[in-house]
Design a protein around this ligand. Structure first.
Ligand code: NAD
Length: 284
């Protein structure tokens, strides 16, 4: 039986630290606040906004939705983002993906103020991440992976880590953060041959492919520590990239889905918003 690495436990441990920082800001008249930009009416985006609003307000952080119709054009949206950049009420901005085809995602990346870019999509913050410099923000899910490892006292230095997935949102930033901690990192992707052999030789596996049950019994070893970032819906149920029922009895530690890394991501977002508020107030 593996040790279950519970995201809820990590999130609870973070919550008291976040609330202390929020209280300290409020004593100085600053209310940390996020503005979520949403274009169109995707069900999953609405669900995210609802969940994020509940979590943030529960920690004293304001959450505002800037909701625009599907038909908004790119220039209009960029003007709106610019207004949010300038609005001192908001310390953080995130834009829900995907945006309609009429809007170039790259234009949004360029428009957001790096000081408010709490999900690390701007070149400036990505560059800090890839250079290993501080002072920016790390993508929330990638940071949630390393924070989960930290919470459970799992050292990565010198360990063989395989990250499955190479997106700029999860796979690559997770690999960079693990590399910064002196892990020996291999990045696998959709064209990787013999994926199971590569993952089965790793000490730590980070699965972030978005393919349900991509990793099974033959993808792990007895000592494997498995972090499943995947969020997939199969037959109406949330499931990860790892076949949990088959893999859990065979490994040393594993995160479940739901209740794993995903539960930590919102806490990292809150930490980033509070950090942004402190920086914008010149406190750090
Ligand atoms: P993405 O589609 O942008 O990238 C998926 C990556 O997986 C690609 O780099 C691709 O090369 C790789 N891949 C696809 N099929 C593969 C295969 N058969 N073998 C090996 N690699 C393969 O997705 P993303 O945005 O990086 O998200 C990945 C997963 O993480 C998704 O399930 C997503 O829902 C989930 N996610 C979770 C959180 C969270 O908070 N837990 C946050 C963001 C994304």
């Amino acid at each position: 039986m593996a040790t279950i690495l519970k995201g809820g436990e990590v999130a609870r441990a973070k919550k008291s630290g976040i609330m202390k920082r929020v209280d300290a800001l409020k004593e100085r008249g600053i209310c940390p606040a996020l503005c979520i930009v949403m274009v169109g009416d995707r069900k999953d985006s609405h669900a995210y906004v609802k969940g994020a609003t509940k979590a943030l307000t529960g920690c004293g952080i304001d959450c505002h939705l800037a909701h625009f119709p599907e038909g908004i054009n790119q220039n209009q949206l960029l003007e709106e983002i610019n207004a949010i950049n300038k609005n001192p009420e908001y310390n953080g901005i995130i834009v829900m993906r995907p945006v309609p085809d009429t809007i170039r995602w790259g234009a949004i990346e360029e428009a957001i103020s790096p000081e408010k870019d709490v999900d690390c999509i701007t070149i400036k913050n990505l560059s800090k991440l890839f250079k290993g410099e501080g002072g920016g923000f790390y993508p929330c899910t990638a940071k949630a992976v390393v924070d989960t490892l930290d919470h459970y006292g799992i050292k990565v230095e010198g360990k063989k880590v395989v990250v499955v997935g190479r997106s700029l949102v999860v796979g690559k930033p997770a690999a960079m953060l693990l590399l910064q901690r002196n892990a020996t990192v291999t990045i696998c992707h959709s064209k990787t041959l013999d994926l199971g052999r590569i993952t089965s030789e790793a000490d730590i596996i980070v699965a972030a492919a978005g393919v349900p049950h991509l990793l099974g019994a033959n993808s792990v070893n007895r000592e494997s520590i498995v972090l499943d970032v995947g969020i997939n819906v199969v037959d109406g149920k949330l499931t990860g990239d790892v076949d949990f029922d088959r893999v859990e009895p065979l490994v040393s530690m594993i995160t479940p889905v739901p209740g794993g890394v995903g539960s930590v991501t919102t806490s990292v977002l809150m930490e980033n918003i509070v950090t942004a508020a402190q920086r914008l107030a010149g406190e750090i």
